[in-house]
Design a protein around this ligand. Structure first.
Ligand code: GLU
Length: 444
């Protein structure tokens, strides 16, 4: 069998779209699975819309995702080669220069190049959809170049695929209707026909084509939001492909090992942000605590405390953006002592029981004093729960009467992790100093 060659041919006319990334990934996986190679081609024939910044963004994004390629070309740098090939097929009578009125200015004459269409039906085998037949007669002698020196898109694509020895064209299903045109050009050039595989469209949750209205569509927006490339790649692979069993978590290397085109579905693939978040959280949780901090660019004034906070973050955050928000929001109390409010401290006190919060905090303070530094949240819970469950506490309004003021004392906020986790991360010494401060406030 000849060596597999696939291609990643983005048009740099916009930001790095999720759909472009999914197609690039499938080309990467197919080539690597089969020990083949990948050509990257910047399809910048549209000179007005193509921008270097988009090309840079797409390449940077692919690298971030871990998708590599083996050779690089740019269509705008291959005009001489297109010219040579155009001249060749014109010389062979397979295409011709046609003098006709210009589209923009009907009074001017242009010399476009048209393909001599043999006018028959073309059948190609799509590896995902089976045989597809088109009657090409209605295409007529279609234009393949604006002039002998200015090839149009379809001609450039076919010339490039031929020159790079592309064996497999794996692309979005929106390109199916381009295929017969490209096959006719191939035949005129005497180029071998690659195998085709058209991937299902990605639709949003309302089954409309994925667009800005459906949420972020640029890979870079997901990076900025704090998704891991492992998470995004894993999720993108599942957009239209499945391994044939119920596994859902795959590293890039595992995907390379498992991926075949047999697992690609025909029906459209629905974007599901919840699923993306849960896959991403899986990969965040798989990181060591040190890697979690480094990869998430997490920063706090106290590195040791931050390390102790990682298990909480792994439990709660689905992106690093969320983790950062938690550190500056509901978890900020871990890094700077709160200023609890007297009226909030006693909010759970029963009528006629003034002073109960103070007594509760005093008994808790004693229990916390007995805890060693480095105590786990479970051990804190074991030590403090009996106090909260004691008969006397029950009478006074249940566990909440004790645990609420404790949690509020430690966090200064209505929403925060449970007091046991807080004490474990803060350490008993810091916890005691906060409890004493609250007792002082209550004694005022
Ligand atoms: N440049 C095209 C796109 O970005 C891909 C064309 C192809 O795969 O043949 O949609």
């Amino acid at each position: 069998m000849t060596r597999v060659v696939t291609r990643i041919p983005p048009s740099p006319t916009g930001r790095f779209h999720i759909g472009t990334a999914r197609t690039a990934l499938f080309n990467y996986l197919y080539a690597r699975h089969n020990g083949g190679e990948i050509v990257f081609r910047s399809e910048d024939t549209d000179r007005t819309r193509s921008k270097k910044e988009f090309e840079d963004e797409i390449m940077e994004g692919l690298q971030w995702l871990g998708i590599s390629w083996d050779s690089f070309s740019r269509q705008s740098e291959r005009t001489e080669r297109y010219q040579e090939l155009l001249q060749k097929i014109v010389g062979e009578g397979k295409a011709y220069v046609s003098k006709e009125p210009g589209r923009e200015d009907p009074n001017a004459t242009v010399e476009v190049v048209r393909l001599k269409n043999p006018g028959r039906s073309v059948t190609f085998t799509d590896l995902i959809r089976g045989d597809i037949t088109f009657d090409t007669t209605e295409l007529g002698d279609f234009v393949i170049a604006r002039s002998l020196t200015d090839a149009l898109y379809h001609f450039a694509v076919v010339a490039d695929d031929m020159d790079s020895g592309v064996t497999h064209v794996i692309r979005g299903e929106d390109h199916i209707s381009n295929t017969p045109r490209q096959i006719l050009i191939q035949e005129a050039l005497g180029a071998p026909r690659p195998a085709y595989a058209h991937l299902p469209l990605i639709v949003d949750e309302k089954r409309a084509k994925l667009s800005k209205r459906s949420g972020a569509t640029s890979v870079m927006d997901y990076r900025a939001e704090g998704f891991l490339p492992e998470g995004l790649v894993n999720y993108l692979a599942l957009l239209g492909w499945n391994p044939g069993d119920d596994r859902e978590y795959f590293s890039l290397a595992e995907l390379v090992e498992t991926f075949t085109l047999d697992g690609v579905q025909k029906g459209s693939a629905a974007w599901n942000r919840e699923k993306l978040l849960s896959v991403n959280q899986h990969w965040m949780r798989a990181l060591s605590d040190d890697d979690f901090i480094a990869r998430g660019n997490l920063e706090t004034p106290d590195a040791e405390k931050l390390r102790k906070t990682v298990p909480l973050l792994k439990e709660r955050a689905k992106t690093f953006g969320e983790a950062r928000e938690m550190l500056s929001g509901e978890l900020s109390c871990l890094f700077s002592a709160p200023a609890p409010d007297r009226s909030r401290l006693i909010v759970k006190e029963l009528p006629g029981r003034s002073g109960m919060t103070k007594t509760a905090l005093e008994s808790l303070c004693k229990a916390i004093e007995a805890l060693p530094e480095g105590v786990s949240a479970e051990a804190v819970k074991e030590a403090l729960m009996p106090l909260a469950d004691a008969e006397e506490a029950k009478e006074k309004g249940g566990r909440g009467a004790l645990l609420w003021p404790l949690r509020y004392t430690l966090s200064g906020a209505d929403r925060s992790p449970d007091p046991f986790s807080l004490i474990s991360i803060l350490g008993p010494a810091e916890a005691i100093s906060r409890v004493r401060k609250a007792i002082a406030i209550l004694g005022e």
